[in-house]
Design a protein around this ligand. Sequence first.
Ligand SMILES: Cc1cc2nc3c(=O)[nH]c(=O)nc-3n(C[C@H](O)[C@H](O)[C@H](O)COP(=O)(O)OP(=O)(O)OC[C@H]3O[C@@H](n4cnc5c(N)ncnc54)[C@H](O)[C@@H]3O)c2cc1C
Length: 457
Amino acid sequence: MEPARTEPLCPRTPEGARRNERHALKVDRIATQLRRRKSTAPLSRKKRTVSHQVPKVRDRKHSDEKIDLLDLDEVIEIDTQKRICIAEPGVPFCELVEQTLPLGFVPIVVPELKTITIGGAVAGCSIESMSYKYGGFHDTCLEYEIITARGDVLTCTPENEHALIFQMMHGSFGTVGILSRLVFRLVPAKPFVHLHHEHHRSIDSYLESIWAHYERQDVDFMDGIIHSPTYLSLCVGVFTDSAPYTSRYDWLKIYYQSTAKRREDYLETPYYFYRYDQGVTNVHPKSFLGRLLLGKFLGSSEILTIAEKLRWLVLDDKRPDVTVDTFLPFSRLKEFLLWYAEDFGHFPLWVVPYRRVHDYEWLTDRFWKGMDDELLIDIAIYGMKQRGQTNYYRLMEQKLQELNGVKTLISYNYYPEDEFWQIFHRKNFEAVKAITDPDNIFRDLYQKTCKAAMGQD
Ligand SMILES: Cc1cc2nc3c(=O)[nH]c(=O)nc-3n(C[C@H](O)[C@H](O)[C@H](O)COP(=O)(O)OP(=O)(O)OC[C@H]3O[C@@H](n4cnc5c(N)ncnc54)[C@H](O)[C@@H]3O)c2cc1C
């Protein structure tokens, strides 16, 4: 067996080498700033694109001192022979696809909002219709360069002495260290995607079809929209070299609605990746007239930027709308959907099958021992109004524990601390923080996602 690599993977072209030298200067600037910093007050990141976490009125990150990562947004090398890419964390997926697709490749698992960055996809969460084969974008990564809070620069791979740091970077929400460079795999791609929308009338036939495609691995893409408990669309797609026509859903037409009406569709690959950029099931502008006048100018990036800037005016931290991704074991999905229809009843829902590629070290052994499923399902709720006095986020947190599920931490989190650490692996976080952030200037995962995000420190 090859010894674990400690040296970073290097670009193989002169242009790549030049970009890598430029990158090293940026890393040196950031590392020096951290080494010289005496304060142990919390530190947050400044990056070029807007954050794709649910904006919160009192999120402490707005008042934190910032470390400037604005220029860490370059692709260093696309190696079509090795089918890998070396890039900086601030590269948005839309710019990455613009560079790789003309070469016949795309990154694996391209999240649906255009300006989600590759660094945010690793440190936060990443899921899309390739996930039924590959898990998340982070599961396709081979190496991370991480700058610690004290300015050390580490090369982390799944095999080397920093393997635990590598694994804990995903879902750490920036609490482990600064991701400054990534190496990840690419897959061959074609200019178009040919879609089939299966229309199911029952949960049973829906789950049967999801499992059949999963077992056969016969499509490149699989996701779905549950329009109601008795109308469930499963959208499966394959790359193609040509298309008799192509549809676009970036202005007047709404993609999720097309999955109920159409049985077949063709999209150019980039328009397929961003079919939900105006919102998955919570589309903005909502009205046809609004889309006619503003739809061309208002994608997720603009909507989130406006929401963040006007958060005191447009957001309500006391009774926020419910926007959350939940992960369920495949075997518990029917039970969940029957309960959900009763207690929540908000439709449509987004459905994304997600392969259990790796038992992530940031979740407790208890979580993984609780299931033997090889397939998880992400059920995403967007923009549900809360009713009465019920805290639906908390209701969901409790139900997910009952069904051995988990939710992403990108939205509102109400876990009591002891309950939180029964799900998220405290020992592993403490082990890596002891190396990467002993003064806790990036906060710990509970503090950051359940307290500081809600304005409490
Ligand atoms: C409406 C909505 C819909 C969404 N839909 C999807 C979806 O379909 N699929 C999906 O995969 N995700 C989805 N997301 C979630 C989103 O992808 C994640 O929140 C992702 O982490 C955002 O990435 P970003 O590039 O915007 O990073 P940010 O939001 O800026 O950062 C995300 C987290 O990563 C940390 N971080 C960012 N860069 C670095 C770095 N260089 N080093 C260390 N830490 C860093 C930040 O501190 C933060 O905690 C959705 C989010 C929203 C709000």
